[in-house]
Ligand binder design. Structure first.
Ligand code: AHR
Length: 512
């Protein structure tokens, strides 16, 4: 209590001197920021898998390992992708995994009914994905077909990927297909968007189906429990979370999902570049709604699970705009600007600050689809502003979250306003503190007074990602137009920082 009063007093004092005031309690950290909050999502959609990751194992033009392009894997390794969700999305509830294993020339094709109606030859399947995750150093997160699948099919898939050699007909088949050791996949999604493309179910009905599927999934991971994620609500459908938390025994469910996209209007999403300030403001406001969603879903979960054993898994999030002109509307290909860097910065701050309940999140989607970190074109790849934010923020992975109090100026547009500054902080295993700050105001710099309490610091360094305009982006002609540079705008004096944050900027500070 004494500590809390001291923090509040410091906070009030700090407010007297600056409008943006932050107090961080370096000695009060207790919750770990699960590295999986920095997770990604790869669906069979547009050019994410085919022509994105997978260029074919006979490709002689783009350097690849078993068909997966090497430059992409290298960039994603540097990003420290902790976990990758596959094969969907909506596609997951149509996917027949058995059609994607064995000799490639014998695999039946599949029509991708959700995304462009294209025919896929199944040349990228379970082995390809799981081996690719190994190359990347990421944990796989398999989304199972519940909407049009069977319980037996899922039992078979878990045995195929996780059964020890010789323990089941499925593990025998895996060995015949060239993989001796199991992959030990721990994280499994039980369907996707069951309220919509996953079967248009009611929550009570899905809860029963979930109970059935999860009962038979077994524990095929070297004695470790599976981490089973129930298909969660869309945005503010709180009843969905309430029913699942109430009706599913918690020993059958390790996580419950939530999907939230920042979108202006599903029928008029606006362009990914060349948007106006109203569109900018609206998207950022919708991205910031994540705070309310996470808080309210967590409150419902607290009622049924006060010890926070069931995780909130935001396994789809990001900005969603109109596709680039001239591209297939079913492929969801969009450019990525500083606006997306703002979305990523504020959303990851929200997840960090709620890390007691949010244990995993997956940005939609990793390559060439929606808010991607990488775009590909022929032999070239570019890193988007979102890539750079996720790379700057990866210092928070598995670090201890430091609680903070923030008072911020407002970014005003017309009659509406949003908090201009967003922040989160953590201390890593070496005792180094990192603070991530975002100024969403496209025109005004922010002076911040930041008080560190509970620990003495002697140095501060930083990196910044910014650009003149929120509409700026990296193109194939100018791939490094936006990238992080050294930030000299933070001064440390007597454990107090004064920071000048330029307009539309993401900054990560390192304090020792
Ligand atoms: O990420 C694109 C789509 O958005 C996913 O397939 C679906 O789950 C969501 O509606």
């Amino acid at each position: 209590m004494k500590k809390l009063i001291t923090v509040m007093a410091l906070f009030i004092v700090a407010n007297v001197f600056a409008q943006n005031a932050i107090v961080i309690s370096a000695d009060l950290g207790k919750d770990k920021i699960n590295k999986n909050i920095y997770g990604h999502f790869a669906e069979h959609l547009g050019n994410c898998i085919y022509n994105g990751f997978y260029v074919g194992d006979t490709n002689k033009i783009i350097p690849n390992t078993n068909g997966v392009r090497n430059d992409l894997i290298q960039a994603l390794k540097e990003l420290k992708v902790p976990v990758l969700r596959w094969p969907g999305g909506c596609f997951a509830d149509t996917y027949q995994w058995k059609d994607g294993v064995g000799p490639k020339d014998k695999r039946p094709s599949i029509v991708n009914r959700w995304w462009g109606g294209v025919t896929e030859d199944n040349s990228f399947g379970t082995h390809d994905f799981l081996n690719m995750c190994e190359l990347m150093g990421a944990d796989p997160y398999l989304a199972a077909n519940v909407g049009s699948g069977t319980v037996q099919n899922l039992i078979d898939w878990t045995q195929y990927v996780n059964g020890k050699r010789g323990t089941s007909p499925m593990s025998k088949w895996r060995v015949e297909n060239g993989r001796v050791n199991p992959w030990n996949v721990k994280i499994w999604g039980v369907g996707n968007e069951a309220w919509g493309c996953g079967g248009n179910m009611k929550p009570e009905y899905y809860a029963n189906i979930y109970r059935q599927y999860s009962t038979f999934m077994g524990d095929w991971t070297n004695g470790e429990h599976l981490f089973r994620v129930a298909s969660g609500s869309s945005g503010s459908d709180y009843n969905w979370t309430e029913v699942l938390m109430r009706d599913i025994p918690h020993n059958l469910m390790e996580g419950i999902a939530l999907h939230h996209y920042a979108v202006i209007d599903w029928n008029a999403k606006g362009p990914a570049t060349g948007f106006d300030e109203k569109q900018y403001f609206t998207i950022i406001r919708n991205a910031l709604q994540m705070e309310e969603l996470v808080t309210k879903h967590s409150t419902i979960m607290d009622k049924y699970d006060p010890k926070k054993k069931v995780a909130l898994v935001v396994d789809e999030w990001g900005g969603w705009y109109d596709v680039e002109p001239g591209t297939n509307p079913g492929f969801l290909y969009q450019q990525n600007t500083i606006r997306d860097a703002m979305i990523a910065g504020v959303t990851l701050n929200i997840f960090n600050n709620h890390c007691d309940r949010v244990k995993m999140a997956n940005l939609a989607q990793i390559v060439n689809v929606l808010q991607s970190v990488i775009l590909t074109k022929g032999t070239a790849i570019i890193k988007t502003p979102t890539y750079h934010v996720m790379e700057m923020y990866n210092v928070h992975q598995d670090a201890t979250m430091l609680p903070l109090h923030i008072k911020t100026n407002e970014y005003v547009f017309g009659n509406e306003k949003l908090p201009a500054v967003s922040a989160s902080a953590s201390k890593d295993s070496l005792g180094v503190t990192h603070i991530s700050l975002v100024n969403i105001d496209p025109a005004k710099a922010q002076d911040i007074s930041l008080e560190m309490r509970g620990e003495k610091y002697t140095t501060v360094t930083g990196r910044i990602l910014s650009s003149k305009k929120v509409q700026d982006f990296n193109s194939f002609e100018n791939p490094d137009a936006i990238k992080p540079v050294v930030f000299n705008g933070a001064k440390l004096n007597n454990n107090k920082l004064t920071i000048q944050l330029p307009p539309n900027a993401v900054v990560v500070l390192t304090l020792k």
